[in-house]
Design a protein around this ligand. Structure first.
Ligand code: B12
Length: 387
C-alpha cells in the first residue's frame, strides 16, 4: 500500500472501523502503523519550528482512542509523554475558561470532552477541577452568558461523563457527573426532530452513541433510539453519508457500539472483510453546465458573481472557478473533516469567528466546501460570523 499523507491519516476512521462490524484485513494494521509513525513523530519531537503541523488536543485524543480501539493501553516512556501532553492541553484549556467560567477554551468544549474521554478509556485520571469545567458548562449551558452547545458537543460531553461514571475515576464528583449525564440525555432527547434526527442528520450518530451508552434504559429512550436509527438508514439511502469522518462516527452505531465501549473493547469479535470499492467508468459525454451565484457581503466592496460549472461539481469547484475568473480569493486548511474554509478575499476568520457557508438567503449548509454540491440556479453566500 502507498504511503499515506497526513491528510489521509485520520484516527477517527480507525476508531470507527474497529467499533464496526467490518474489517479491512492487512490494510488495517498498516493504517494503524502509519498513524503511530506520524502521530508519535510529530507529538514527541522537540522541534517547534513547524508547530502548525502538530496535532491539536482533539487529534491527540482521537489518536489515543485509536490505540485503545486496538486494545492497547498507552504505556512506557513514550506513552506517558502523550498522556502528559493531553493532560497539559486540558490544564491550559481550563486556564482559558478561567476561575469564574467567563472565558472559552482555545479549541472547543467538543475537544475538551474528547480529551477527557480519551484519558478515561485509558483509565487515566484527570483532576476534579478539569472535569469540573465541563460539568459547569453543561449545568449552566442555558445561561445567557455561557456557551450554547450544539448536539454534537453535548453528546461528546455526555460520552465523557458516561465513561467517568462507569470507571469511577473521580469519586468525589460522582453525583454531579450522574446529574449532568441525565441532563445531557434529556436535552438530546428534546433535540429529536419529527423525522427522527437528533439535532441534524450529522449530529445524530454521536447523539445515538450517547443514548446507547446510557445505563438508564427507559421506554422513551428505546423509542427515540429506534426512530433515530430509522431516520439514519433513510439518510444513508439518500447518500447523505459521503464524508469519511461522518461515516466514522456512524459505523459504531450500526454495530450497537459507542466510544464508551473503548473502556474494554472486544478485539476478537468477528468482523466481515470489506470489499474494495469498484470504480464506475466515467462518462465521456460533454457535461451539462449549471450556474451558481457566489456572494460575499462581509467585505467591502461586497462581491457577487455567477459561475458556470459542470453538473455535480462541489462548492470547492465553484470557488476555484471563481478564483480563476474573477477577483475572488479564498484559503483553506486541511482538517479531519476535509478542507475548512479559513479566508475569503484575503480576510482570515479571527478567534471565535468562522466563514459560514449558506444557501441564500439564510440556510446554513450542513456540509463543507468539498462535499456540498450546489444545484442549478442556487446562490451561495460566504459570511463571516462569530461562534
Ligand atoms: C467545533 C465545530 C465547529 C467550529 C470549529 C471551530 C473550532 N475552533 O473548533 C465552528 C463553529 C467554526 C464550525 C464551523 C462549521 N461546521 Co462544524 N463542527 C464542529 C464540531 C462540533 C467539532 C469539530 C472538532 O473539533 N472535531 C475534532 C477535531 C480533533 O477534529 P479536527 O478535524 O482537527 O477539527 C477541526 C475541523 O473539524 C474544523 N471543522 C469544524 N466544522 C467543520 C466542518 C467542515 C465541513 C470541515 C471541512 C471542517 C470543520 O474545525 C475543527 C477545529 O479546528 C463538529 C461535530 C462532529 N460531529 O464532528 C461539527 C461539524 C464537523 N461541523 C459541521 C458543519 C456543517 C460546519 C460548517 C460547514 C457550517 C456552515 N454552514 O458554515 C462550518 C465550516 C465552514 C467552513 N469555514 O469551512 C458538520 C459537518 C457535517 C458534514 N457533512 O461533514 C458537523 C458534523 C456538525 C453537524 N452536526 O452538522 N464547526
Amino acid at each position: 500500500m502507498d504511503r499515506l499523507s497526513p491528510e489521509q491519516l485520520n484516527p477517527s476512521i480507525y476508531v470507527g472501523l474497529r467499533l464496526s462490524s467490518l474489517q479491512a484485513g492487512a490494510k488495517e494494521a498498516h493504517y494503524l502503523h502509519s498513524l503511530k509513525l506520524s502521530y508519535q513523530q510529530s507529538l514527541l519531537s522537540n522541534d517547534n519550528s513547524d508547530s502548525e503541523a502538530k496535532p491539536s488536543m482533539g487529534q491527540l485524543a482521537l489518536y489515543l482512542l485509536a490505540l485503545r480501539a486496538n486494545c492497547e493501553f498507552v504505556g512506557g516512556r513514550k506513552g506517558g509523554r502523550l498522556v502528559s501532553q493531553l493532560k497539559r492541553f486540558l490544564e491550559d484549556e481550563k486556564g482559558a475558561i478561567g476561575h469564574n467560567h467567563q472565558g472559552h477554551p482555545h479549541t472547543s468544549y467538543y475537544q475538551y470532552g474528547l480529551g477527557i474521554l480519551a484519558l478515561c478509556v485509558h483509565q487515566k485520571r484527570v483532576h476534579d477541577s478539569v472535569v469540573g469545567k465541563l460539568l459547569y458548562a453543561v449545568e449552566y449551558e442555558q445561561h445567557p452568558q455561557q456557551d450554547h452547545f450544539p448536539v454534537d458537543t453535548l453528546a461528546m460531553a455526555g460520552l465523557a461523563f458516561s465513561c467517568l461514571e462507569l470507571s469511577n475515576l473521580n469519586p468525589n464528583q460522582r453525583n454531579r457527573i450522574t446529574v449532568a449525564l441525565g441532563r445531557v440525555q434529556e436535552k438530546i432527547l428534546k433535540a429529536q426532530t419529527p423525522e427522527g434526527h437528533i439535532g441534524n442528520v450529522y449530529s445524530t450518530p454521536l447523539a445515538l452513541q450517547l443514548l446507547m451508552a446510557s445505563l438508564r434504559r427507559t421506554v422513551e429512550l428505546g423509542t427515540a433510539c429506534l426512530k433515530a436509527k430509522a431516520a439514519l438508514l433513510a439518510s444513508l439511502q439518500h447518500k447523505a453519508f459521503q464524508n469519511p469522518l461522518m461515516i466514522s462516527q456512524l459505523l459504531p452505531i450500526l454495530n450497537q457500539k459507542s466510544y464508551v465501549d473503548l473502556i474494554s473493547p472486544d478485539c476478537l469479535a468477528p468482523r466481515v472483510l470489506l470489499e474494495p470499492a469498484t470504480e464506475t467508468p466515467s462518462q465521456t459525454q460533454v457535461p451539462e453546465l449549471i450556474h451558481v451565484t457566489l456572494k460575499v457581503s462581509s467585505i467591502f466592496p461586497s462581491y457577487r458573481h455567477s459561475v458556470s460549472v459542470p453538473v455535480g461539481s462541489s462548492l470547492e469547484d465553484v470557488l476555484k472557478k471563481a478564483q480563476e475568473h474573477s477577483r475572488f480569493r479564498y484559503g483553506t486548511q486541511a482538517s479531519l473533516s476535509g478542507p475548512y474554509l479559513t479566508s475569503v478575499m484575503g480576510k482570515k476568520a479571527g478567534e471565535r469567528e468562522f466563514w459560514q457557508l449558506l444557501r441564500a438567503p439564510d440556510t446554513p449548509l450542513l456540509q463543507g466546501i468539498a462535499d456540498y454540491r450546489p444545484r442549478d440556479g442556487e446562490a451561495i453566500e460566504l459570511r463571516l460570523v462569530g461562534w
